[in-house]
Design a protein around this ligand. Structure first.
Ligand code: PLP
Length: 473
């Protein structure tokens, strides 16, 4: 087992917020909590969350746009973030009965909540109607059920219509969600003519991927519909352009580019593998060579968060011969966004303890940590961000850096916490901590599971002034 060789490791250095540096200086606190709560623990801070809200607000203010930011809480389940969004004068996007019910119970007013759940059963719609939460409609069956419920409850309810089927360069953007522009127009006319308890208030879309031009096209086509409705005497109050604002996790673009280049060589067998058993992270290898890119989140990007929003707003509309922000402002629309990942950028880390060191049958150096891969997982093939090794004791016997793979608690051969080979600043000892930075957006909660009846990780908040870790909620 050669664990001192760095030949299969390329650095991907994370951006680290200052609160994380302060937390790293308090290993004693983390160890104490892990003793009480079990490993791993998720540790959060509200400071970056507030800063992230402010960066978006600055852009809206610059373009003098009426706006509302709805935190998509599916990205992170801690209620503290939802409460903080409200304290900052913003709202929360809820995607399930439990998310909505918890927000209401926490005292977040219905007027700043929206319901975008992909499936909405009677119980959920009844809660939204009863509490007067705006509902984003996705399909006709939902509409019919909602009509029934508002009649039964005799409650006025605002609805927003989710759109899809936009076109860009004569190609349709595929989506399983929402109504086509024509279906939406018919439905809105029906709601208007009905003059019943449902009230049409705005349009909504959320696009997959991170393309600015697709968002620009979707806004233009939504505005065209808004104008058509306006000509029929049907007013629109808001346009919600969903989430999907990019986050940058990494310090250096060169490291990101080098990793991609070398991964391809590794998959072709032309260099030492960078990943466990030379996992291609989604690159397809055939007799013809390799095809495609790794199916991973763009962990490095220079067009993120508020910059991404501003690029959309500054874009020129070919359809209207005006910048996008003017189209929105002239119509006095409230522009809404639903960022999830980007509002919790830098707002959480996951910390686990080292339990064992060993070699696998091929001699790969494995470090077993007390967590499972559902506790650090997204739809990306790997989390391409270097973890931070925090040795328990200084002055260990083995001071040289070493390289290996982090494995977890599920009984599967593929139970790697990270597929990439990682670096330990010195030989890891049992009890050392491994800190995964920037995991609050999807990584810690989206796929977490109780398989093997493992406990779910505790969710804590770091109070820097008190020097304490407090439970969420
Ligand atoms: C309707 C809707 N809004 C907002 C979001 C949040 O997206 P993100 O976390 O990428 O900002 C999602 C994510 O799936 C979504 O489906």
């Amino acid at each position: 087992m050669n664990f001192h060789s760095d030949s299969g490791y390329l650095p991907l250095k994370p951006i680290i917020h200052s609160w994380i540096d302060s937390l790293i200086a308090r290993k004693d606190l983390m160890l104490d909590k892990i003793r009480k709560e079990d490993s791993p623990v998720n540790i959060h801070s509200l400071d970056p969350f507030v800063e992230n809200i402010q960066t978006y607000q600055c852009v809206f203010q610059k373009y003098k746009l009426k706006h509302k930011i709805y935190f998509a809480r599916k990205a992170n389940k801690c209620i503290s973030f939802a409460q903080q969004a409200f304290k900052c004068g913003q709202g929360v996007d809820t995607a399930s009965f439990n998310e909505l019910e918890q927000c209401l119970a926490a005292g977040i007013p219905a007027s700043v909540l929206i319901l975008t759940a992909a499936v909405k059963n009677r119980k959920l719609l009844e809660l939204a109607v009863q509490s007067q939460v705006t509902i984003v409609l996705d399909n006709l069956d939902e509409y019919f059920l909602l009509k029934e419920i508002v009649e039964e409850k005799q409650k006025n309810t605002a609805v927003v219509i989710r759109l899809s089927g936009f076109t860009l360069n004569e190609k349709q953007l595929h989506s399983r969600f929402g109504f086509s522009l024509v279906q939406a127009q018919n439905l809105i006319e029906e709601i208007h003519l009905d003059a019943g308890l449902l009230r049409y208030s705005g349009l909504h879309f959320h696009l997959n991927g991170y393309a600015v031009d697709e968002r620009v096209a979707a806004i233009e086509q939504s505005i065209r519909l808004i104008d058509q409705l306006d000509a029929m005497g049907i007013g629109t109050e808001s346009l919600d352009i969903g989430g999907g604002f990019l986050v940058n996790y990494l310090k250096e673009g060169e490291q990101w580019a080098a990793f991609h280049q070398e991964l391809k060589l590794a998959v072709l067998g032309q260099r030492t593998p960078l990943t466990y058993l030379n996992d291609s992270l989604g690159i397809v290898k055939s007799e013809m060579g390799i095809q495609g890119e790794p199916s991973v989140y763009p962990y490095f990007n220079s067009n993120n968060k508020a910059l991404f929003l501003e690029r959309i707003l500054k874009s020129h509309s070919e359809l209207f011969h005006q910048p996008i922000h003017e189209l929105i402002q002239q119509r006095n629309l409230e522009l809404r966004i639903e960022p999830g990942r980007s509002l919790v950028d830098q707002a959480g880390v996951t910390v686990a303890t080292v339990l064992f060191r060993k070699a696998d049958s091929a001699g790969n150096f494995l470090v077993g940590i007390e967590m499972n891969r559902s506790q650090l997982r997204s739809s990306s093939a790997d989390f391409l961000v270097d973890p931070i090794h925090l040795p328990l004791k200084s002055g260990n016997q083995h001071e040289d850096p070493c390289f290996g793979f982090l494995v977890g608690a599920y009984c599967l051969e593929q139970e790697l916490i990270l597929k990439r080979r990682v670096k330990f600043d010195k030989f890891p000892e049992v009890g050392d901590l491994i800190l995964f930075p920037n995991t609050a957006g999807y990584m810690m909660h989206f796929f977490e599971s109780e398989a093997h009846r493992f406990n779910l990780a505790a969710n804590l908040f770091f109070d820097q002034s008190e020097g304490s870790l407090i439970k969420d909620g």
